[in-house]
Design a protein around this ligand. Structure first.
Ligand code: UDP
Ligand code: MG
Length: 322
């Protein structure tokens, strides 16, 4: 059993951070489930909803719930910034001794929170949910997800555990550590892996979404995966050096072959097929490598602008402490 010798406060405050984007249907069911779980765990808690530019009744509903329930805060972003930015906003405003990141759609089961808190009290700074089976996901999504983790972990010096989402509890010192990472490209799973700290996974079966709809499609997931890899590894840049070396070596052998062939058997004019293959191949390799450099230059461009990760429209009820 883990004992870090770090004492957790008896009267711990847990900040539950919930990014929401067009989730009016899901919010009440979520609140009904989360409250008894946390009360049972014997902690005080605040629920921070981060409204990520919803265009439905989400905000109205949240403001209404915030006016009747104490300990419920709404951080309203000025537009849709994406889940990663929304989670960052939540963490920036969390006052708890620990924070929980959880989806509103009940795909991250609130029943696990009691266990998360127990493990945190035992000394773990990060307690994450580990998807035991992805039965609820389509086959294609499972396969592509598996591929992503394999590629990411091959390239990144700080691997991420496969089948782990954002659902987790993190200690205050992990929140502070995340504040030290100012990048705009916020691939949270990668950031969590990068900061480290004693961590443990709690296996669970991820249910399908019951209310509302998933905000992800394959194109968005592909871009997300690309973001993740490019933010945490320079391998896609370096690989071209080796491709170049390999192609150059191949070209050298081919040149020797042609020279010898010409010397022994005379000039062979018909060479269209081999010529066009070489030209197309090297052009393609050039373009891909250029595109890869572009991926990094584009991100450098975004990072150097130093724009904030998100903008607030307001906090409800207003933040008196800060
Ligand atoms: N979400 C968000 N901003 C977005 C997209 C999603 O805050 O631009 C929230 C969404 O409301 C939900 C969570 O992120 O609470 C997970 O989204 P979703 O269920 O669509 O993702 P999936 O479970 O399909 O991966
Ligand atoms: Mg979901």
């Amino acid at each position: 059993m883990m004992q870090q010798g770090r004492v957790r406060p008896e009267e711990a405050l847990i900040s539950v951070i919930v990014p929401v984007y067009n989730e009016a249907e899901a919010i009440d069911a979520f609140l009904r489930q989360i409250t008894p779980e946390l009360t049972q765990a014997g902690v005080r808690f605040e629920t921070i909803f981060v409204n990520d530019g919803s265009t439905d009744a989400t905000l109205t509903l949240l403001l209404d719930r915030a006016s009747t329930q104490s300990g419920l805060r709404v951080i309203n972003l000025s537009r849709n910034f994406g889940k990663e930015a929304a989670m960052t906003a939540g963490l920036d405003h969390a006052r708890g001794d620990a924070a929980v990141l959880i989806d509103v759609d009940l795909q991250d089961p609130p029943e696990l929170l009691g266990k998360f808190i127990t493990l945190w009290r035992q000394g773990y700074d990060v307690v994450y949910g580990l998807r035991e089976s992805r039965q609820a996901d389509a086959r294609l999504k499972r396969v592509t997800a598996g591929l992503f983790y394999a590629v990411f972990n091959m390239m990144s010096p700080t691997p991420i555990p496969p089948n782990v989402g954002d659902f987790r509890l993190i200690d205050r010192r992990v929140i502070e550590a995340l504040h030290l990472l100012p990048e705009r490209g916020r691939f949270m799973k990668g950031l969590f892996a990068w900061v480290g700290f004693p961590s443990i996974g709690v296996p669970y079966v991820r249910p399908a979404r019951v209310l509302g709809q998933s905000k992800w499609n394959y194109w968005r997931l592909w871009n997300f995966a690309l973001d993740g890899i490019v933010s945490f590894s320079t391998a896609p840049l370096r690989v071209w050096t080796y491709c170049g070396i390999a192609i150059a070596a191949g070209a050298l052998f081919y040149a020797l072959f042609i020279a010898l062939y010409t010397l022994i058997l005379g000039n062979r004019v018909p060479g269209y097929a081999s010529l066009i293959i070489v030209v197309l191949f090297s052009t393609a390799a050039n373009l891909i490598s250029l595109g890869m450099i572009g991926e990094y230059v584009g991100r450098l461009f975004v990072e150097t602008k130093q724009r904030p990760i998100y903008l607030l429209e307001g906090i409800y009820p207003p933040d008196k402490a800060a």
